[in-house]
Design a protein around this ligand. Structure first.
Ligand code: GLU
Length: 493
């Protein structure tokens, strides 16, 4: 009997905790999340950890933390802190649902829709080779599909090792999927042979668990990556065998690198955790991945999650591959970063400055001023490190690249004049105008100009003759620090 699927939207993200959260996975999660929010439904996190050898607690922890970082929070699944089950239709970890899968596998066995198969790997391989030689389809052709259940059980009782296979022989010819992204997809059922649903140890396989769980967890829609399309045929067969109603499916196109190859980490970070370390903002990551295969109806590019929820429509998903343009990604991050209030941006760069153990003024006015001045030069939060380093007294060293400047004849006079004029300043910090005026005074006093003037002053401020613009940096450095640096430079001559 077909069960009734509630009209209340329920969608899920179902990661296998065998590695890190990849931007592709994050996009799948995001589209499901947006769909749920748009439709007042629920977004669920299910953990597909039946691959015992590859699933780890560490990976689960990482995936959950990355989802929390992205603020893609779920209504049911595992608790983000304890990783324990939360929600009425759990357990949400497949490794804890073995009994449920067994019960449904038994149902198919009893109905003759699945069977115990005792073929060994060698026998299967031999069959495959012979089939290929004879130009037949290489699918397994198991003699055990005609055994009665009692016969099979007797063999198991004698120690026989069996997998459970789903029987495809009597199925209809074609399966048609009305995919919400790709339109009509036609699968000839002979695309697959009798596939395994339970391994010989009793561990169920992905396609089987996925159907049981999507049904029992009352999923209305399944949006996932295109690479699962061949699985969908198997899953449709299982739904049919149980007489369950199919959820709506939508398969999202691949994300490609600039050279149109499948996105890989060779060209840069694809793991959400690494993006976080490089200083991408979660809002920018979400904005960027949202546009990998979807577009705002008014062509809007910079969006908040609320903007996305408002505008999200699965029919606007593109079914050709989306290009992961890293230059655009950085640009987009810069837009999000520059839109942050100064105090928030200051807070956001703290973990980056802490990596370098910087000691910077605690004064909020100074912090605000520094952010205003540096913001236009920041694309990712990690850029703050190089920008702020010259302001950190402990980082001041005279670098070997200053050697030549230090040997020039006018350098000593320039440095002396600079130090004396700085010492005479009335305030703790000078303004940009005061700095420019002071530089002119050094020029008048010493007669030095051009690089003979600018380079020694740079060395006295940042320890090298080239680099950041002094008129931005100097107003952020305390008079006492400027003096100490000037003395250090003079002492080198
Ligand atoms: N565990 C599968 C994966 O990580 C999920 C596939 C699905 O959404 O059905 O690819």
């Amino acid at each position: 009997m077909a069960s009734q699927i509630s009209p209340h939207v329920r969608v899920r993200f179902a990661p296998s905790p065998t590695g890190y959260l990849h931007v592709g996975g994050a996009r799948t999660a995001l589209y499901n999340y947006l769909y749920a929010k748009k439709n007042g439904g629920e977004f669920i996190l299910r953990i597909e950890d039946t691959d015992e050898a590859r699933s780890t607690q560490e990976s689960l922890r990482g995936v959950v933390d990355d989802m929390v970082w992205l603020n893609l929070l779920w209504a049911e699944g595992v608790d983000p802190v304890t990783l324990k089950d939360v929600g009425p239709l759990g357990p949400y970890r497949q490794s804890e649902r073995q009994d449920i899968y067994k019960k449904y596998a038994d149902e198919l066995l009893n109905a003759g829709k699945a069977y115990y198969c005792f073929l060994t790997d060698e026998e299967i391989e031999k069959q495959r080779e012979e089939a290929l030689k004879a130009g037949r389809s290489p699918h397994v052709n198991s003699p055990y599909q005609d055994w009665t259940l009692d016969q099979a059980k007797a063999k198991i009782a004698e120690g026989g090792k069996a997998v459970v296979r789903f029987k495809t022989r009597e199925l209809k010819k074609d399966y048609i999927l009305n995919d919400q992204v790709r339109g009509e997809v036609r699968f000839p059922s002979d695309m697959v042979g009798d596939f395994v649903i339970l391994r010989s140890g009793g561990m169920p396989v992905y396609n089987f668990c996925c159907v049981i769980d999507d049904h029992l967890m009352k999923m209305t829609h399944v949006f996932r990556a295109e690479e699962h399309l061949p699985n969908t045929l198997r899953q449709m067969m299982i739904y049919e065998a149980f007489g369950w109603q199919l959820p709506e499916f939508g398969h999202m196109a691949l994300i490609l690198d600039e050279d149109r190859q499948k996105l890989s980490k060779r060209k840069g970070a694809v793991a959400c955790g690494l993006l976080k370390e490089e200083g991408y903002l979660p809002s920018a990551v979400l904005n960027f991945i949202a546009l990998l295969g979807w577009s705002h109806p008014e062509g809007k590019e910079i969006m908040s999650v609320d903007d996305m929820i408002q505008a999200f429509d699965i029919s606007r998903l593109n079914h050709s591959g989306a290009i992961f343009d890293r230059v655009k990604f950085k640009w987009m991050n810069a837009q999000h970063l520059r839109a942050l209030p100064n105090a928030d941006l200051w807070k956001a760069i703290q973990p980056f400055l802490a990596r370098e153990k910087m000691e910077l003024p605690q004064d909020p006015v100074w912090q605000d001023k520094s952010i205003s001045l540096f913001k236009p030069y920041m694309e990712v939060l990690a850029d703050a490190i190089e920008l702020y380093k010259p302001l950190n007294d402990k980082s001041y060293v005279i670098l070997p690249e200053a050697d030549e400047t230090m040997k020039w004849e006018p350098t000593k006079a320039v440095l002396t004049a600079w130090r004396d004029l700085v010492a005479a300043l009335p305030n703790e910090f000078m303004t940009e105008d005061e700095f420019l005026k002071l530089q002119d005074e050094v020029k008048n006093k010493t007669g030095a100009k051009g690089k003979n003037l600018f380079m020694p002053i740079r060395v006295a401020v940042i320890g090298k003759p080239h680099g950041a613009e002094l008129k931005i940096l100097v107003p952020l450095i305390k008079k006492s620090s400027l003096l100490a640096r000037a003395e250090q430079a003079l002492a080198k001559i």
